[in-house]
Design a protein. Sequence first.
Length: 566
Amino acid sequence: MTEIKEEIPVEEGGLNFIEQEIKEDLAAGKNGGRLSTRFPPEPNGYLHIGHAKAFIMDFGAAEKFGGTCNLRFDDTNPQKEDTEYVEAIKRDIHWLGYDWGDRLYYASDYFPQLYDLAVRMIKEGKAYVDEQTSEEIAAQKGTPTQPGVDSPYRNRPIEENLDLFQRMNAGEFPDGAMVLRAKIDMASSNMHFRDPIMYRIIHTPHWRTGEKWKVYPMYDFAHGQSDYFEGVTHSICTLEFVPHRPLYEYFVKELADESYCPRQIEFNRLNLTYTVMSKRKLLQLVKEGLVRGWDDPRMPTICGLRRRGYTPSSIKDFVNRIGYTRYEALNHIELLEHSVREDLNKTATRVSVVQNPVKLILTNYPEGKTEMMSMENNPENPSEGKHEMPFTRELWIEREDFMENPPKKFFRLSPDKEVRLKGAYIIKCTGVKKNENGEIEEIYAEYYPDTLSGMPGSDRKVKGTLHWVSVPTAVCAEVRDYDRLFAVEDPSSAEGDFRDLLNPESLKIRENVMLEPWLAERIKAGDHYQFQRLGYYTVDPDSTQEHPVFNKTIGLKDTWAKMMKK
């Protein structure tokens, strides 16, 4: 089993380390005492819960300290970008409760300024055009302990560099024919300083700028400059960018001065057990049909979690619990599930649903009679009131709630045993009917008329209580039971093809699930319910009044609480 290092955030005065540093900068009057953060997603995929941790900090810090947060799309690679992703990203951020107001930007907004800066650096002898292949450039980079080797084009004349760069942008050369590199230090101990690439040729039309540009800036060149152009004061990113920070500062100082300069601060990524966070791997799962799309409820994407029934407040609570630190950790998915369960326990309406039905016939209950039983909507919140549920002679109960030869501590229904039907009567099993294969088709029982729940004299105690649905009024539905997508705890670090680690039991579909009619009349996509004794479920967007569909959000069993007791 993978050793899991838990995050234990160290906070002072209710602030995490990032917020503490922001507070100190503001107190010192840096950047005129102004705070501006940004969230810079690439529009080449859907956001996942790791991105949520990032933008919860970006937007949250701005809210806490009275600053602003920009949404800026890092649209510097038209080969991989799509407006579908742009709209999905905006939708997901809004769903979690954040808004950028009028501060929506794109890196492509700054293509003219970035190009002008590159030209200036060429003229100052700080950049050159390299005609080597990417493999040749990589081979000359050296190693962390061995200096790199100068490109044969490193000292070509400024005028020639300038002419070639302009012709690159004019479309005279094919993709990959040449790149523009910063002329820094091929012997630097920081590999990122060994003449990093600033621009490459891409002939694919850009979804915003069309065919205006044939050269596109690399992330390390565009990111810090875009922060500067927007007036961003704190560029908050994940730990893999720590070695990039000196390069970020190197390029920014080509523009900035002492009066204003963006600052980069890094925190740990969100990693979850039984999950992969690699956008490349998630894209593979989608494109190869191994999941039903980006919003498949087994995916860690925000849209997938939303479809499964996770709530914004539960995701924020989870992020708050794990906190922000300077070391990487693998977090238990059980803690995320615990946050979801806690939130839904307070808000989800309780309903009666039978997933694996078998018919129960009360032989002494009058045929054709219907009583309306009163059911609490949410015992955690009595103000939500009650609803009525029809009770008849024939009922559906869970097949697992009956055993002919039960073990000693089986407190549900069995021959000659008494149980209470939730919100209704106590019953006693009197027999069963089986088909030719020996399977139980019907269970027979007698009810005690003087044991109606809530009525005087009905306080007789029995150990078992079963949920049920009336046969004549039940509505048939589909339930999709979701489990973890991967069968191993840490699929990201496991050897071999990650697709071989998928959990074959991650989705089970039940077709003949019986709903109480009160629920069936209220089918609305996204609504949350607790199916009595079964778990929390959410109405799927595929659902219709004629064919209700529910996704299993989370079970009732709190595995996190159990783990914490060990």
